[in-house]
Design a protein. Sequence first.
Length: 137
Amino acid sequence: MKTRREAGYTLIELLVVLAILALLVGVATPMVLKYLQSAKVSVAKVQVDNLGAALDLFKLDMDGYPTQQEGLQALLTAPVGATNWHGPYVKNTTNLKDPWGHPYQYRIPGQHGEYDLWSEGPHGDDNGAAPQIANWQ
């Protein structure tokens, strides 16, 4: 016959373990979410730099940056009548979206340089504030 110690865990022991696990999750989750957010910002900054390099290659081939009407799509498909286009300059349409799934914004002529390229961040709008991820920063 089994003694009480060999029978298994009591309900109180299991509840204590679950409470400790819940406490650990409650402490760790905000830190993990903060890390993921900063990682997305870092990825967006690298993508803006890569798109800037692709725009520069486009300029070398086409003697100018894409027009506002052509937009960043000109890095993926040749604009109408483009004879010197040697693209695609980016691999696919996902390269034209930021880590939050919003399209990168492109403006030519730019207010901060020849062109402006930026992400409007996780909410998809800059609410009138200066974007934290841009080619002029």
